[in-house]
Design a protein around this ligand. Structure first.
Ligand SMILES: [Zn+2]
Length: 149
């Protein structure tokens, strides 16, 4: 075993939380090249210290817990963006609506006529009213038709 590996044995290393802290440190460092703000420098140093501390930490259980907590928060924060991405990607196939009562997400396939629509939540049988702004039908143009034009 090399000296480095021996030193690293039983140490925690890098995880997603450390990556975030390190990226934040880099951003602060770059900002620091242009503007000198004492507190910002201190925050940067503190972040770097935490990253190094976590890297060499032997309390793997505690570090894992911290990382899990971070991942949970990150998932919560990123969820709306994920939904926006999904809604955009599937904008021609379906409309997504959330049941206010049980928070189940319903996938309502298009095409829908424009206007106020009613549907029932399959989980809690709650009646859902929603406004559909789109009237879309997926048109399939065959090669034959295209050739006629
Ligand atoms: Zn429901």
């Amino acid at each position: 075993m090399s000296n480095f590996l021996r030193m690293m044995y039983g140490r925690y290393g890098v995880d997603e939380l450390s990556k975030l802290l390190f990226c934040t440190y880099i951003i602060i460092f770059i900002i620091g090249l242009f503007i000198k703000i004492f507190i910002l420098d201190m925050v940067g140093l503190l972040l770097l210290f935490i990253v190094i501390f976590r890297f060499f930490s032997k309390n793997i259980y505690k570090r894992t817990k911290e990382n899990q907590k971070y991942l949970k928060i990150r998932k919560k924060i990123l969820k709306p963006f994920k939904n926006i991405k999904r809604n955009f990607k599937e904008r021609k196939e379906a409309v997504y609506k959330k049941c206010h009562k049980c928070k189940t997400t319903l996938k309502l396939p298009l095409p829908y006529e424009r206007g106020i629509k009613h549907t029932k939540c399959p989980t809690c049988k709650n009646k859902i009213t929603f406004l559909c702004l789109r009237k879309q039908k997926i048109e399939i143009i065959t090669d034959n038709e295209r050739m006629k034009k």
